[in-house]
Ligand binder design. Structure first.
Ligand code: MTE
Ligand code: MO
Length: 422
């Protein structure tokens, strides 16, 4: 019998059982001899009285039964939550969009709480006419809607020295994927008039850190945006309200939040800035700099250490995310045996450049241990490397840009552990 036929047969058996349960019949093997299911036979509390009316929650919140779906930080990673990071619960969400309240946060000086009526965006430097915009001014430019991932350069950074964090939220959760509404940066810069000598852009945040980053003008004029909305509503304070810079496909550090100033210059403001921190130390002691693009990467989000298999053997949905700063993901492969055999996974939902892609592989799990991995390929033909291949090139001194293949060890009891295979 083929793998597909076997899966179909198991699924049919599975469906008959569930259908029988719906009908209350106890004729199937799975139900015979068991006590009646109180979820079926008893009237539940929520059927005994009317529920709350329409305005009970003017800004809706998830069901209280979903309270465990939340961002989490790792207290020992940083000394103070105001210069810290928390992580997106990748194992608890599906599809490709990160709900606003679950987008990971990374602040250098806490969240700036900005009164939008007193927020300004200033443009100066090598422009014909320095300008100051209010938010109302920004909203009078033509708008675009774009879905982009934003990944912190340090995502998966703790894993360079072998498995550290036992959960995909912590190994890969410095990423979110949001539909932004905003204005192409090009239009705003052109309004001020770009001088011919301008080659670089300095973006500055309005937080206490006054964080700045230099961006090549070529990128700024390409697909950068100034966004005021995320997933249809105003940006959240954590993510840069009321205005943030988008630098699609490039490292998260450049996506300046609480954006207050754009300066055009003829050379980068590097070294004296934040930027010097974000280099990759190579085995020979030299540093890799200007590594802005986030290379193709993927990870299985379930099963994973925080999302073990609780239903035993039989039908199992393996799912995960894949992304590339270079464009679209063309293919994701999944292995159950640590890389010996690979099967192409099914990508479902929008396949957009520089956005998360969702993949699935449905299997009939025989209950035996697995070494699960996923491997992404992007439209340039680049294939996500193994940890071993990555370390051979980059050595062991790196902190940033770890896009190596992640391995999850699934035990017979369904528990999952973070491991590295050589
Ligand atoms: N103004 C300002 N912008 C900032 C930061 C900051 O601390 N201040 N942190 C940067 C870093 S390192 C990252 S990874 C992202 C985090 O964005 P998020 O909080 O929306 O996840 O914002 C970037 N932009
Ligand atoms: Mo970051």
């Amino acid at each position: 019998m083929s793998e597909r036929e076997k899966t179909d047969r198991t699924r049919r058996r599975f469906l008959t059982t569930s259908l029988a349960a719906l009908g209350g019949a106890a004729a199937t093997p799975a139900l015979s001899g068991e006590k009646p299911d109180p979820a079926i036979t008893e009237v539940q509390p929520w059927r005994r009285h009317l529920g709350p009316g329409v305005d009970a929650s003017p800004y809706g919140l998830p069901s209280p039964f979903e309270a465990q779906v939340r961002r989490r930080n790792v207290p020992w990673l940083t000394a103070d939550t105001r210069s810290s990071i928390n992580f997106t619960p990748l194992h608890q969400i599906d599809g490709i969009i990160t709900p606003n309240g679950l987008c990971f946060e990374r602040h250098h000086s806490g969240v700036a709480e900005i009164d939008p009526s007193r927020h300004r965006l200033m443009i100066n430097g090598l422009v014909e006419q320095p300008l100051v915009f209010t938010l109302e001014d920004i909203r009078r430019f033509p708008r675009e809607n774009r879905i982009y991932f934003m990944e912190c350069t340090a995502n998966t950074g703790m894993e360079w020295h072998g498995p550290q964090m036992n959960g995909v939220q912590f190994t890969h959760g410095m990423i979110h994927n949001v539909m932004y509404t905003g204005v192409p940066l090009r239009l705003i810069l052109q309004e001020a008039g770009i001088k011919a000598s301008a080659k670089w852009l300095l973006a500055e945040g309005g937080d206490a850190a006054a964080m700045t980053r230099s961006i090549p003008l070529e990128k700024a004029l390409d697909d950068c945006m100034v966004a005021f909305a995320q997933n249809g509503e105003a940006l959240r304070p954590e993510n840069g309200y009321p205005l943030r810079l988008l630098v699609p496909g490039w490292e998260g550090n450049m996506w300046i939040k609480w954006l207050r100033r754009l300066e055009l210059g003829d050379k980068p403001w590097m070294q004296r800035e934040e930027t010097s921190k974000y280099t990759d130390l190579m085995p020979d002691g030299t540093a890799r700099q200007f590594t802005w693009v986030m290379d193709a990467k993927s990870v299985i989000t379930s099963p994973s250490p925080q999302a073990p298999i609780t239903h035993g053997k039989g039908p199992l949905v393996i799912t995960g995310l894949a992304w590339s700063g270079h464009g679209i993901i063309s293919k994701v492969d999944v292995t159950l045996d640590g890389g010996r055999n690979w099967t192409e996974a099914r990508i479902d939902g929008p396949r957009l450049p520089k956005s998360l892609h969702r993949f699935y592989l449905e299997i009939d799990w025989d209950g035996r241990p697995m070494l699960l991995q996923s491997r992404a390929m992007d439209e340039t033909g680049y294939v996500q490397p193994t940890m071993k291949a990555l370390k051979a090139i980059r050595g062991e001194n790196s902190v940033y840009h770890n896009n190596g293949i992640q391995t999850w060890h699934v035990r017979e009891n369904g528990e999952v552990e973070n491991v590295e295979v050589s």
